[in-house]
Design a protein around this ligand. Structure first.
Ligand code: SAM
Ligand code: DTB
Ligand code: SF4
Length: 339
């Protein structure tokens, strides 16, 4: 008989996961090295650690359902290499004007009836004008009237914009850092990292909750994924309340259309590292679920994801249909967060 197995059977060994020097410093800051060390943990240790942190702050069997709606589609002057809505790339998308309040209210009512608690409105603007912000404030009021949490992502905000949206009842503003600072320039040239940080500061300053994450699978290195997570975890005065982790959706016509797939387990690791470094945040398994197996999604929930986009569409691309998502959550014994 294998002596090792025999010993183990006779005297159970307490397995303590290796944690390495992987923790925030005394000020709560995460160095890129420490985040990279988390990524390098044995998979089981990383997931165990993420689960432990997750259970300290959330029920591990509950997920938030957020529905997305593109309220202003396409025609965006920015050149974000992943995005089907940029005017720089021919993706066959038809651009539209800002949606009317009634249509948005109806979409919010449908989302609520389907079980969502959060409604996120996206607009393909570089930066909204004052009148755009006023118009979106009306949409926010409609969403709040329906009884959903309201989130908007409209691009860069100028002075006073975050306050106008807050006064309309906006709960969250989504503005992603998207990648590590040293990879950002490979993906976007029309605005820089500091522009993003400035908008996030305006959002925080107005007392609106921050939803900020990024995209993986764009050809970045693992070190750069660690760099992105470190940036998010170290945001001042605190990390975002909500952290969407998107897996690149490859859209024909965009420069990243032929990007090789990221190893799914590396995506799971990214979720786990986000959970460990931002323990109280809603970590959202965001774009890319339609291309992901159920098993990988289940691993993402184990790794600490506790929010998903719910409904057939993201902004312009597909998302699993509601029945499939319900069946998956049911299989996993995960329930939807109640309002
Ligand atoms: N125009 C605004 C902006 O960029 O801030 C808001 C809308 S923009 C589409 C919102 C986010 O969607 C982007 O920051 C990016 O993280 C994500 N996104 C866009 N296209 C994507 C794609 N093909 N795959 C994954 N995420 C994507
Ligand atoms: C986020 O981080 N992901 C969402 C939301 N915030 C606005 C957008 C995903 C978009 C995926 C590509 C599309 O459907 O156009
Ligand atoms: Fe425009 Fe936003 Fe798309 Fe960039 S991600 S091209 S800013 S809509």
């Amino acid at each position: 008989m294998n002596p090792t197995l025999n010993d183990t059977a006779a005297q159970p060994v307490r397995i303590v996961p290796r944690t390495a020097a992987t923790a925030a410093d005394s000020t709560g800051r995460w160095s890129e090295d420490d985040v990279a060390a988390l990524f390098a943990l044995p998979f089981a240790d990383l997931i165990f650690r993420a689960q432990t942190v997750h259970r300290e702050h959330f029920s591990a069997s509950e997920v938030e359902l957020a529905t997305l709606l593109s309220v202003k589609t396409g025609g965006c002057p920015e050149d974000c290499g992943y995005c089907p809505q940029s005017v720089h790339f021919d993706t066959g998308l038809t651009a539209g004007k800002l949606m009317a309040v009634d249509a948005v209210r109806e979409a919010a009512e449908r989302a609520k009836a389907a079980g969502a608690t959060r409604f996120c409105m996206g607009a393909a603007w570089r930066a909204p004008k004052d009148r755009d912000v006023e118009a979106v404030a009306e949409l926010v009021r409609a969403v709040k009237d329906v009884g959903l949490e309201a989130c908007a992502t409209l691009g860069m905000l100028n002075e006073g914009h975050a306050e106008t949206l807050r006064d309309a009842g906006l709960d969250y503003y989504n503005h992603n850092l998207d990648s590590a600072p040293d990879f950002y320039g490979d993906i976007i040239t029309t605005r820089d990292y500091q522009d993003r940080l400035d908008t996030l500061e305006r959002v925080r300053g107005a007392g609106v909750k921050v939803c900020c994450g990024g995209i993986v699978g764009m050809g970045e290195s693992r070190r750069q994924r660690a760099g992105l997570v470190a940036q998010l975890a170290n945001l001042s005065p605190d990390y975002p309340e909500s952290v969407p982790i998107n897996n690149l959706v490859k859209v024909e016509g965009t420069p990243l259309a032929d990007q090789p797939d990221l190893d799914p387990l590396e995506f799971v690791r990214t979720i786990a590292v986000a959970r460990i470094t931002m323990p109280r945040a809603r970590v959202r398994l965001s774009a890319g679920r339609q291309q992901m197996s159920e098993a990988v999604q289940a691993l993402c929930f184990l790794a600490g994801a506790n929010s998903i986009f719910y409904g057939e569409k993201l902004l312009t691309t597909g998302n699993p249909d509601v029945a499939a998502d319900m069946a998956l959550l049911d299989k996993l014994g995960i329930t939807a967060r109640r309002a």
